[in-house]
Design a protein around this ligand. Structure first.
Ligand code: MCN
Length: 792
């Protein structure tokens, strides 16, 4: 029997290639004699462009083109799309591919030069003269709220949107509650730093009038749609191919980037392939950031710590533009409640413009901020009541028999936010055991006896994953019996080729090694959405399962015909179709041969395809009503998102002298429904935790008040090394299957990063004994806090 692979730790097929340096990234693509592009970026955070003089540039040998906004025509001269509009976003703004008459952040693209090589292109940038009229910059949430200066003249108070939701009457509940408290929290701006930055190559074929674009993206179909629309081409004239992607983490979701449009336009205009590869500084100042929020929380609760009313107000720093609408703050506001069910909840946020890099979703997308607000509230309630922090959480949990659970909130799409399944009390028991919660006080005492200071923190979260609208798959069985699977989403290191092959191998009863998965090539799968929101497993996994099922059903129909048996008597395993209880069988490759009217003749005696024939002209090629070819195609569209959940706990040690923060233990309980590949899921959690450690203890975007990013390099932007990431992360899984998709899956890709700020703040606070309200926190900040809280 073929062993079932779903749920097992199959090694990642991708890794051999990556570990041997055989990955192929956009920068490796050279489709013929290629020109290279460079971008002139604003050195000022806020300025009006009075004039741009490019005359000197074209005299430079090797320069083929220099464009500013005035060279753009048609749709290219319109602002970039606002991808997810929302009725509340009354003042949505997106940038132009090249700044029109104003720049709003340091790094905004102003001019685009194409030259024989990148050196010439870069040098040519310095020959461009821009006449700026300086405008006062607005940097940070406080400055945006003060509104002394405006980012966009026509946006009063710098408020892009103000949104409020309420379930019940939070203010009245707080007023009537026996206990109340308020919290003010800060979480700073950070950003993802994929190893491979953004990059695009394009080639125009004048004979077929087709454009080929290679780009490092999370959504090849999105780039294709944007390029076609902006360049006035039919979708069918544009192929977007996404080779290996060295990390995306949200930043490579299609906005599209100006360069993703300008490079194809240049390729078509100049008749030569054109390439742009960003450098690290460009990644810092001209891609996207996230996180920055200031939060004010008021909560009323009873003697048990049960929340009676919760009122959250927060201010979201959106940077200069809103290409993703309000998606980040909407996620914060709707998923902030996590696994809890406060009787009354009101949330209001303002999305503020600042003269800084725009904010779009970064792994976790608004949830780390929401989790931070909710979990710090839980800790504060426990402290106020003198209760164990886990007890307060437990009394507020949604119970397993309450699913599907509705908070009475609506999501971005206006539909009610509904959790599908979960078992939070069981997760809590698991995490307590895993981290040694009940034994911690004894550990603390032992450490204190050695003069060491330790603290423990816990944080719970839920994550809406697997959002629609749809994803598709094409499963094709070759005459060799090997299986080719295409899904339109792209892959950035998540191990899709492995996990999806597991699903197909199980469904078709073929060897795992015989399944090859292709992602992110619009020629293979033109209709797809992309990889974000931890959706690939749910969306493409389900679509692939359904498509494989179709291919299997077809294989059985053809085999039934060939074997003169009924479909019900057949089974598909080990690469062949067998009449149950007999040794009469036909291998899958031969079934593929039979599916083609132009085929090899099937020899009854040897049960093999022998010689070429054109089939029987009087007979349909395959079974009645079937199309030729042994393949299955299907699309999966979910009713709504599925909600993964989890809990993290950390034990930290804070050095009494240096305030260095060390991680002694990190534990994770994670529920993403049925696991396709537990090893991949654990890898995703490890990666997320590492990113979370960075976000909680090291990384921040250090803007000065003039809007200059002071740490736009890896010399200055601290990321954790292997030495700062916990050596081992203890992980336990809980599997509450989702009832919303055929495999019972929930997503896993972002979970590791969501509770970081909350869990580290809790542990450090527990070690130090004074409130930690601003994250990330560095040793020097901890040191300063100690001084502030030292008894006088
Ligand atoms: N998986 C599984 N069983 C489940 C759920 C998931 O085996 N029940 C597997 C999936 O098959 C997939 C992986 O876990 O191989 C992640 O699946 P999923 O949760 O569906 O997330 P996506 O594949 O949609 O990936 C997107 C998610 C996001 S939103 C960001 S951001 C992110 C992340 O994944 N960026 C990443 N993980 C990343 N990992 C790497 N290496 N690089 C990035 O850029």
């Amino acid at each position: 029997m073929t062993t079932k692979l779903f749920g097992t730790k199959v090694n990642r097929v991708e890794d051999q290639r990556f570990l041997r340096g055989r990955g192929r990234y956009v920068d490796d693509v050279l489709p013929g004699p290629t020109l290279h592009a460079a971008v002139l970026r604003s050195p000022h955070a806020h300025a009006r462009i009075r004039a741009i003089d490019v005359d000197a540039v074209l005299d430079i040998e090797g320069v083929h083109a220099v464009w500013t906004y005035d060279d753009l025509t048609g749709a290219m001269a319109e602002p970039l799309p606002l991808l997810i509009p929302h009725p509340t976003l009354t003042h949505g703004r997106t940038q132009y591919a090249l700044a029109k008459d104003e720049v709003n952040y340091v790094g905004e693209a102003i001019a685009f030069v194409v030259a024989e090589d990148r050196y010439v292109a870069e040098d040519a940038l310095s020959a461009i003269v821009v006449d700026y009229e300086f405008l006062p910059p607005v940097v940070g949430i406080a400055a945006a709220r003060a509104a002394t200066n405006l980012v966009h003249d026509d946006v009063p108070g710098n408020v892009g949107a103000r949104m409020e939701q309420e379930n019940g009457d939070a203010r009245a509940a707080i007023a009537a509650a026996p206990h109340t408290l308020t919290l003010d929290l800060d979480i700073e701006r950070s950003a993802c730093m994929p190893m491979e930055g953004r990059g695009t190559v394009a080639r125009w074929d004048p004979d077929s009038a087709r454009l080929q674009v290679w780009t490092s993206t999370q959504t090849s179909t999105g780039v294709r749609a944007a390029v076609a629309a902006k360049l006035g081409l039919d979708l069918g004239q544009v192929d977007v191919i996404t080779p290996d992607v060295g990390g995306g983490f949200g930043v490579k979701i299609n906005h599209p980037w100006p360069e993703e449009l300008l490079v194809p336009l240049a390729a078509r205009t100049l008749g030569r392939p054109v390439k742009f590869t960003e450098d690290r500084r460009e990644h810092f100042i001209s891609s996207a950031h996230e996180r920055a929020q200031v939060q004010h929380i008021e909560v009323g609760y009873d003697d048990e710590g049960r929340i009676l009313g919760l009122d959250v107000e927060f201010w979201h720093d959106h940077g200069a533009y809103t290409p993703y609408g309000l998606i980040v703050p909407i996620i914060t506001s709707t998923q902030l409640l996590g696994p809890y069910k406060p009787a009354n909840y009101r949330v209001v946020f303002e999305s503020l413009y600042t003269n800084t890099v725009m904010v779009t979703p970064y792994r976790g997308a608004g949830r780390p901020q929401g989790c931070y607000a909710m979990e710090r509230t839980m800790d504060a309630i426990a402290k106020d009541l003198g209760k164990d922090r886990t007890e307060v959480r437990a009394v507020n949990f949604i119970q397993p028999d309450e699913f599907p659970y509705e908070h009475g909130l609506v999501f971005q799409d206006g539909r009610p936010l509904t959790y599908d399944s979960g078992d939070y009390p069981a997760s809590l028991e698991k995490i307590k055991k895993l981290v040694g919660w009940d034994e911690f006080e004894q550990f603390r005492a032992e450490m204190a006896a050695e003069g060491r200071r330790v603290g423990i923190g816990l944080a719970c979260y839920v994550e809406g994953t697997g959002v629609g609208p749809y994803e598709g798959a094409h499963v094709h069985i070759e005459t060799s019996g090997k299986v080719k699977v295409a899904t339109g989403l792209t892959t950035q290191g998540q191990g899709h080729a492995t996990a999806f092959a597991q699903i197909v191998a199980d469904e078709l009863g073929v060897r795992f090694e015989d399944v090859e998965v292709v992602t992110g090539d619009t020629r293979r799968m033109p209709y797809a959405v992309g990889t974000f929101a931890s959706r690939a497993a749910v969306m493409s996994g389900s679509a692939i399962h359904l498509a494989a099922k179709r291919a299997k059903e077809k294989a059985l129909r053809i085999a039934a015909d060939a074997l003169e048996a009924s479909v019900e008597d057949l089974e598909l395993a080990e690469g062949k179709v067998t009449v149950r209880g007999t040794d009469t069988s036909i291998d899958l490759g031969t079934v593929a041969v039979l599916s083609n009217p132009l085929r090899y003749a099937f020899d009854e005696a040897s049960k093999a395809a022998t010689q070429f024939s054109v089939g029987d002209p009087g007979k349909p090629p395959v079974a009645e009503d079937d199309e030729p070819g042994l393949e299955g195609k299907d699309f999966y569209s979910p009713e709504r998102s599925t909600f993964a959940s989890g809990m993290h706990a950390v034990i930290v040690e804070t050095d009494p002298l240096t305030a260095e923060i060390r991680i002694l233990k990190y534990a994770v309980v994670h529920d993403c429904g049925h696991l396709i590949n537990p090893m991949i899921v654990e890898g995703q959690i490890h990666g997320g935790v590492a990113q979370g450690v960075g976000g909680a203890l090291y990384e921040r975007m250090a803007y000065d008040e003039s809007g200059q990013l002071l740490n736009a390099s890896f010399m200055d932007f601290l990321m954790p090394y292997a030495s700062e990431v916990p050596e081992s992360i203890d992980i336990d899984h809980l599997e509450t299957p989702s009832p919303l998709n055929p495999l019972g899956i929930k997503g896993a890709g972002e979970a590791g990063v969501i509770p970081s700020a909350a869990v580290f703040a809790a542990a450090i606070e527990d070690a130090e004994g004074f409130p930690i309200t601003a994250m990330p926190i560095s040793p020097s900040e901890l040191f300063a806090l100690r001084k502030r809280h030292a008894p006088v």
